[in-house]
Design a protein around this ligand. Structure first.
Ligand code: 2IP
Ligand code: CA
Ligand code: CA
Length: 383
């Protein structure tokens, strides 16, 4: 199944190109950043275009994966719906066609006839890309496409992407907001058990390029299945065990509840960042020890890809509510959190629409299970 990983790396890079093209090419950028003023139709159109970047990326990934792995068609899910209403109130289904010119023609109908913008997007979608990654190519995996499903978040932290603050992180450093928080997330899970087994994270806006006008991205991948645990990144060294003072750095959403912030403050340092995917990436990169979210405001497409990378590095993403109840039941044996890992295959009963796929109980993303237990210990004492 190294073929699937290779394909996901290539398609994530095409997705990053589409995201960059929308900001770098004037005809598309103008659509992306138009002021939300003017007539209702205009407002609606701008809103549509913002969604269009997400929809187009998701459909491109769905198209490319389905073309190479027909067994996976029907199991490639994502955040967006491809039913789209344009500024004229016409309903259009966005699909990627076999030919670039047909995709351009279809996109033009969504873009109210803007041929230039449609052609630019179609070119990025149909670009042939071959990303080289020796470790990914050498991987042997006893997985079959009929056993797998996919979750796509075409752009996580869309608000940061649209706002476009040109925040540049120090080399390998932390960004609390801005373009670097926007990520393309593609996660693969086992249909039978819901375990995340493969993930690709592409960060389209990592550093400004040498001209200073454009951006260079970076990508990461991880595979965790059976005895194979491989990640494009090494496990960060600053885990809790290695820290002399035993403090824990916690990354949170700035909208996290005050009582949760208060309860976690004694652990060490609290940091705030945009983007659920970016916060998990901070844990993967060792920029934070743990990401805690007390609410059900993330979805399967936010966590599946980065969860696979954390597992490949020996960590995981646990359901916070389940971890807390497990700890109340068996805190003495120190088993908090075990068995509470998020899974990706079963919709939540009794919920409608996207809520079926929410990570309802909140989450804890960790590299070191001792950190998970510390967090659960702090929160179960005080909540
Ligand atoms: C959002 C996005 C938000 C995040 C939210 C995600 O996804 O990542 O930034 O909120 O949880 O679902 P916060 O930044 O407060 O963590 P999207 O941008 O794809 O809607
Ligand atoms: Ca998201
Ligand atoms: Ca999104």
């Amino acid at each position: 199944m190294a073929d699937l990983l290779r394909l996901l790396l290539n398609v994530s890079e095409k997705a990053a190109n589409v995201a960059r093209v929308c900001r770098q090419e004037a005809p598309l950028f103008e659509l992306l950043v138009q002021e939300k003023t003017g007539a209702d139709k205009n407002k609606k159109f701008v809103q549509d275009f913002k969604t269009l970047a997400d929809v187009v990326i998701q459909e491109m990934i769905r198209h490319d994966v389905g073309a190479q792995f027909p067994e996976m068609v029907g199991f490639i899910h994502g955040e967006e719906s491809n039913k789209f209403e344009n500024g004229l109130g016409e309903s259009v289904t966005v699909t990627v066609c076999a030919q670039e010119k047909d995709t351009a023609a279809l996109l033009a109908t969504v873009l109210d006839g803007d041929q230039t913008a449609a052609s630019l997007l179609a070119r990025a979608i149909h670009q042939e890309l071959q990303l080289r990654d020796e470790a990914a190519e050498a991987l042997q995996l006893p997985l079959s496409p009929v056993d797998l499903g996919i979750w796509i978040d075409p752009i996580d932290a869309t608000s940061q992407y649209i706002e476009g603050k040109e925040e540049v992180a120090p080399e390998g450093g932390f960004c609390s907001s801005g373009l670097p928080c926007a990520l393309v997330l593609i996660g693969v899970y086992l249909r039978a058990s819901g375990e995340p087994v493969m993930g690709v994270i592409n960060q389209p806006f990592n550093q400004k390029d040498s001209t200073g006008n454009g951006w260079k991205g970076q990508h990461f991948w991880g595979v965790s299945y059976g005895s194979v645990n491989t990640c494009s990144l090494p496990r960060p060294v600053n885990s809790l065990l290695g820290k002399e003072d035993g403090t824990v750095s916690v990354v949170l959403s700035s909208s996290e509840k005050q009582d949760v912030k208060d309860a976690l403050a004694p652990l060490g340092r609290l940091m705030y960042a945009s983007g659920a995917g970016y916060k998990i990436l901070c844990v993967i990169l060792g920029l934070a020890d743990v990401y805690v979210l007390s609410e059900g405001s993330t979805f399967k497409w936010d966590s599946c890809a980065p969860h696979a990378l954390l597992r490949a590095l020996g960590g995981g993403v646990a359901d916070l509510r389940e971890s807390l109840s497990a700890s109340r039941g068996c805190v003495i044996e120190g088993k908090a959190g075990h068995g509470a890992e998020l899974t990706y295959h079963i919709p939540r009963t009794g919920c409608q629409g996207v809520e079926k796929w929410a990570n309802h109980g909140g989450l804890v993303a960790y590299l070191d299970s001792k950190v998970l237990m510390k967090v659960v210990g702090e929160l179960s004492g005080k909540r």
